[in-house]
Write a protein that binds this ligand. Structure first.
Ligand code: GAL
Length: 404
């Protein structure tokens, strides 16, 4: 009993101190707006090195991305070495001195993120945190880490399913309970460090994570399996977010996975649709591209201030889908200043003239006669009505900022 009180006191003190220092603002919760930054996985995957991360930090600054909000530099899987006899984890040869790397990233006005798993191994079979949660959290704090992505990986097949085999409702209930407890455990370990560390759950949306993510301390949770740089995959993930808006808000966000903007063979329209949709979804904006090959088009998309302002709006109200007919969907989100944003997406294979499709302004929280600004075109269109016609390219989108 006494021990329980001591633990509760420790956690209380940790919460109080982490709130007091969260992002330098005593009243702002951690991840008050969706986290923005860069992550190594989508481009570098298991090859990422200390040098790549330093270069990414340099390029976030020189490209102007840091100054529009991309501040987290997140190292994904494959940085881990082995544990010593006391269980202390060391980074591997690709990351010779994590504290020095962290100091470098911080010296650029950026923050550093890291990656682990609640299981014994990560998805790339590197060392996970199972049984070492407190030790690892303390290590992250000693390295001045600001963000942890915690990926289910071997905890799923190796631990949950072995402890409670089968797919019966009883087995699944027990498996998912273990999963929630494992996520909660690392949350408490992070709190105990007293350092504000954004906590990102990665378990691919299992067990409707949006319903319980905040209860285990998550600042964001992946709602889907992995993204790839293919428009089919990106649009499927985007469309699957319908209905999840009510679970997100300041401090706790749905995460439809990192950006593929600039990767693969995505066209200009596809890159814009991806970025615009993620902004409508109040999604974390974690660029996943090779910043050393940043084309002017891709840079312009990633740093579009009006799009970023939508994503980062302080109301934190994620868009809802208000209309869907075949390949055409309309999504809308209200902003803190009383204006609203309406996005028309064309997921189809042909250009659409939207003949006969109403804009559904009322459902978007607007009305006939409100003024529209076409955000991607950076053009004021004047007053619009439900029947104002728009042409939306194949795999393209029109994003309208509507004001009274
Ligand atoms: C996956 C995860 C990816 C990446 C990868 C690393 O499970 O969804 O985003 O982190 O593991 O092995």
């Amino acid at each position: 009993m006494r021990r329980y009180h001591l633990n509760a006191l420790l956690v209380f003190l940790a919460v109080a101190s982490s709130l007091a220092t969260a992002q330098g603002n005593p009243t702002a919760p951690l991840a008050a707006t969706p986290p923005m930054g860069w992550n190594s996985w989508n481009w570098f995957a298991e090859k990422v090195t200390d040098k790549d991360v330093r270069q990414a930090a340099d390029l976030l600054v020189s490209s102007g991305m840091r100054d529009v909000g991309y501040v987290y530099v997140n190292i994904d899987d494959t940085w881990q070495g082995s544990r010593d006899k006391d269980g202390n984890l060391h980074s591997n040869d690709k990351f010779p001195d994590m504290k020095a790397l962290s100091d470098y990233v911080h010296s650029k006005g950026l923050k550093l993120g890291i990656y682990s798993s609640p299981g014994p191994k990560t998805c790339a079979r590197f060392e996970g945190s199972m049984g070492h949660e407190d030790q690892d959290a303390q290590l992250y704090a000693a390295w001045d880490i600001d963000y942890l992505k915690y990926d289910l990986c071997s905890f799923h097949n190796g631990v949950m399913r072995e402890s409670h085999p089968g797919d019966s409702p009883e087995a699944m209930t027990a498996q998912y309970k273990m999963m929630r407890q494992a996520y909660q455990k690392m949350h408490l370990a992070l709190l105990k460090t007293g350092r504000p560390i954004v906590y990102s759950l990665c378990q691919y949306g299992f067990d409707s994570v949006w319903q319980w993510g905040p209860d285990v301390g998550a600042n964001l949770w992946r709602t889907t399996g992995d993204i790839t740089p293919s428009f089919d995959r990106i649009s499927l993930i985007g469309r699957e977010q319908a209905g999840l808006a009510r679970y997100a808000g300041p401090g706790h966000w749905n995460d439809p996975d990192m950006l593929e903007v600039g990767n693969g063979k995505l066209t200009l329209d596809e890159n814009r649709t991806h970025m615009g949709m993620w902004a409508m979804l109040a999604a974390p904006l974690l660029a996943g591209n090779n910043l050393s090959q940043l084309s002017p088009d891709v840079n312009a998309i990633l740093t579009n201030r009006e799009i970023i302002a939508i994503d980062q709006d302080v109301l934190g109200q994620e868009a809802n889908r208000i209309f869907a007919e075949g390949p055409i969907e309309i999504w809308a989100r209200p902003l803190a200043d009383g204006s609203t944003v309406l996005a028309i997406f064309n997921f189809g294979e042909q250009r659409s003239y939207l003949r006969g499709i109403s804009l559904h302004l009322q459902e978007a929280g607007a009305a006939n006669g409100w003024h529209a600004r076409d955000v991607w075109m950076a053009k004021d269109l004047g007053p619009i009505v439900d029947s104002t016609p728009f042409t939306v390219p194949r795999h393209g989108s029109v994003i309208l900022h509507l004001t009274k």
